[in-house]
Ligand binder design. Structure first.
Ligand SMILES: NC(=O)c1ccc[n+]([C@@H]2O[C@H](COP(=O)([O-])OP(=O)(O)OC[C@H]3O[C@@H](n4cnc5c(N)ncnc54)[C@H](O)[C@@H]3O)[C@@H](O)[C@H]2O)c1
Length: 454
C-alpha cells in the first residue's frame, strides 16, 4: 500500500520534476522564440514529454512496483499471513502487528471477511505495517508474482477450507485447496528463498487414536478428507524441509475458541457454512436466536457425563504459539507440536459455560450419537512447553466464551454482509481493486485502500 502511494508520489514528483523541467525548457524557448525551426522542435519535444508524463500518472499502479514491502529492512521482519481475513489468521495478523512485525495478508475472501482486514487497518493505519493482497493460492502465477514483488522473511500458512463435514461431501475441493495449494506456496517459497514456514495443521490428522492424551508421536491415521489433506500437506512440507534449509514448524491445533480481548476481531463464518459449523458458533447462533437451539449428539459415551470430550484452545494462546514458533525458527530446524490445553472438556460442560457466558437459557436437545464422532480427544502439550516455552494461559472456558460473546453481540451480522463470491472489483465500495496485468486469472487482484490514491 505504501508502495502504491509511494509510486503515486514518485510518479507525481517525477511528473512534477518533468513539468518543472518543461517549465524551464519553455523559459529557454521563450527567450529563444525568434529561432523558429528550433522553436517548433522544442514545442514538439514539450508535447512529447507532457504526453509521456500523463501516461506515467495514468498508468495503473504496478503490482511489482518497488515499495516498502518489497525491500528487506534491518530490524523489520516481514511475515506473509495466508488466510489472514479468516478467524485465526486475522488474530495472528493482529498479534504480529502488535509485536512490530510487517504483515502482508493474502486471502481470496472465499471464507474470510474484508471487515477483518478493515479492523486491522483501523488499528494499524501506518502504510508500512500491513498490506492486503486479494489472491487465490491456487493460482500459481499470482502466487509467484506475490513472492517476486514482496520480500518475505517468513510465512504463516492459515488459508484453507476447514470443515470436517464439508470435506466428506467435497473431498476433491479439500485436497486441492489444502494439499495442492500448500505445494504451490512451497514452490514459491523455494523459488524466492523464504526460509521459515509455520503451518496450520490439525488434530484431525490423528483420526481416532486409541490412547489419550494425543502426543506428537501418536500415529496419524486421519479418517476424513480434511484430516488426510492436512496430513498430506504436512508430508510434502517435511519432505521438502529434508532437502532444503527451510525452518519448519507444524502446529496441530485442537478446538479453537474465543476472540480478541479488545473486541476488534471475532469469528464470523459465512451463514452457508453454519451447518458444518463448530460448537462455539452454534452456541452463539442459538443465543442470538439465529437457530432455535443446540443439538448435542451422543449422551452415552464412556465419559463422565456421557457426552464427547474435546480440548478447547483460546485463539489468543494459539497465536502466541505461532509467534513463539516464529521467534525460535531456524534454518534446517523442524518442529511439530500439538497446540492444546491438555485438558478435555465435555460438550455438556461447554454448553453450560455458553449459557452462562451469554446469559441465555439456550434450548438443548440431546440426541443419539452422530456416526464418526470420537468420544474423547485431548492433547498432551508437554513438547511445545519444553521446546518453545509455550503453554495455554486462557484456560477458563467461561472467560473465553464471555469475550467471544461480547464481539458476537456487538456484531450480530458478523463484520458486514459478506461479499458475493466470485465478485467483481466494482462491488468493493471505498476500495480500489486492481487486476494484476497479464496472464493471471481474474481472481488474482490486489486491493488497496482508496484514500492512498488521493
Ligand atoms: N478453527 C479451528 O478450530 C481449527 C482447528 C484446527 C486447524 N485449523 C486450521 O487453521 C487454519 C485457519 O482456520 P480458520 O478457522 O481461521 O478458518 P477460516 O475459514 O476462518 O479462515 C480461512 C481463510 O483462508 C482463506 N482461504 C481459503 N482458501 C483460500 C485460497 N485458495 N486462497 C486464499 N485464501 C484462501 C479464506 O477466505 C479464509 O479467510 C486452517 O488451515 C484450518 O485448517 C483450524
Amino acid at each position: 500500500m505504501k508502495g502504491l502511494s509511494q509510486m503515486f508520489h514518485s510518479s507525481r514528483s517525477r511528473s512534477q520534476l518533468r513539468s518543472s523541467r518543461s517549465w524551464s525548457f519553455s523559459e529557454i524557448e521563450y527567450s529563444e522564440s525568434r529561432r523558429k525551426p528550433h522553436f517548433i522542435g522544442k514545442v514538439l519535444m514539450t508535447a512529447l514529454l507532457t504526453t509521456f508524463c500523463i501516461i506515467i500518472v495514468k498508468q495503473p499502479p504496478s503490482f511489482s512496483s518497488s515499495n516498502v514491502f518489497s525491500r528487506r529492512e534491518a530490524g523489520v521482519i516481514h511475515v506473509l499471513v495466508t488466510g489472514g481475513a479468516g478467524y485465526i489468521g486475522s488474530h495472528a495478523a493482529l498479534r504480529l502487528l502488535k509485536d512490530s512485525y510487517r504483515v502482508t495478508i493474502v486471502d481470496n475472501l472465499s471464507r474470510g471477511n474484508i471487515g477483518a482486514i478493515k479492523a486491522l487497518q483501523q488499528q494499524f493505519p501506518q502504510l508500512d505495517r500491513l498490506q492486503f493482497i486479494f489472491a487465490d493460492l491456487g493460482d500459481a502465477k499470482a502466487v509467484s508474482r506475490i513472492f517476486s514483488s514482496n520480500s518475505f522473511d517468513a510465512v504463516m500458512h492459515f488459508a484453507a477450507v476447514a470443515y470436517v463435514g464439508e470435506s466428506m461431501l467435497e473431498p476433491l475441493r479439500y485436497y486441492r485447496n489444502i494439499t495442492a495449494n500448500t505445494l504451490i506456496l512451497l514452490e514459491a517459497m523455494a523459488a524466492y528463498d523464504v526460509k521459515t514456514l509455520i503451518y496450520s495443521s490439525t488434530c484431525a490428522t490423528y483420526g481416532q487414536p486409541e490412547k489419550m492424551p494425543i502426543t506428537e508421536d501418536t500415529p496419524q491415521v486421519a479418517i476424513n478428507p480434511y484430516g488426510k489433506a492436512k496430513k498430506m500437506a504436512e508430508d510434502i512440507i517435511l519432505d521438502y524441509s529434508n532437502k532444503s534449509a527451510m525452518g519448519v514448524t507444524i502446529l496441530r491445533y485442537f478446538n479453537v475458541i474465543g476472540s480478541d480481548p479488545n473486541g476488534w476481531l471475532g469469528e464470523s463464518p459465512r451463514p452457508e457454512l453454519r451447518e458444518h459449523g463448530r460448537i462455539s458458533g452454534a452456541c452463539f447462533d442459538a443465543a442470538l436466536g439465529i437457530i432455535p437451539g443446540l443439538k448435542v449428539k451422543g449422551t452415552d459415551y464412556g465419559t463422565a457425563d456421557g457426552t464427547c470430550i474435546r480440548d478447547y484452545i483460546d485463539v489468543t494462546d494459539l497465536v502466541d504459539a505461532h509467534v513463539k514458533a516464529l521467534n525460535k525458527a531456524e534454518p534446517n530446524k523442524v518442529g511439530i507440536y500439538n497446540v492444546g490445553t491438555g485438558k478435555g472438556r465435555s460438550v455438556k460442560e461447554f454448553v453450560e459455560a455458553c449459557k452462562k457466558a451469554t446469559g441465555i437459557d439456550i434450548q438443548v436437545e440431546y440426541l443419539s450419537r452422530r456416526p464418526g464422532d470420537y468420544p474423547e480427544v485431548y492433547s498432551d502439550p508437554s513438547k511445545i512447553k519444553k521446546e518453545l516455552n509455550w503453554t495455554a494461559k486462557n484456560t477458563d472456558l467461561l472467560a473465553s466464551l464471555q469475550i467471544a460473546w461480547k464481539w458476537q453481540k456487538s456484531h450480530r451480522h458478523g463484520y458486514e454482509s459478506p461479499l458475493p463470491w466470485p465478485f467483481e472489483c466494482s462491488l468493493l465500495k471505498n476500495w480500489v481493486c486492481l487486476l494484476i496485468p497479464d496472464g493471471s486469472t481474474d481472481e488474482a487482484m490486489v486491493i488497496y485502500k482508496e484514500h492512498l490514491l488521493v
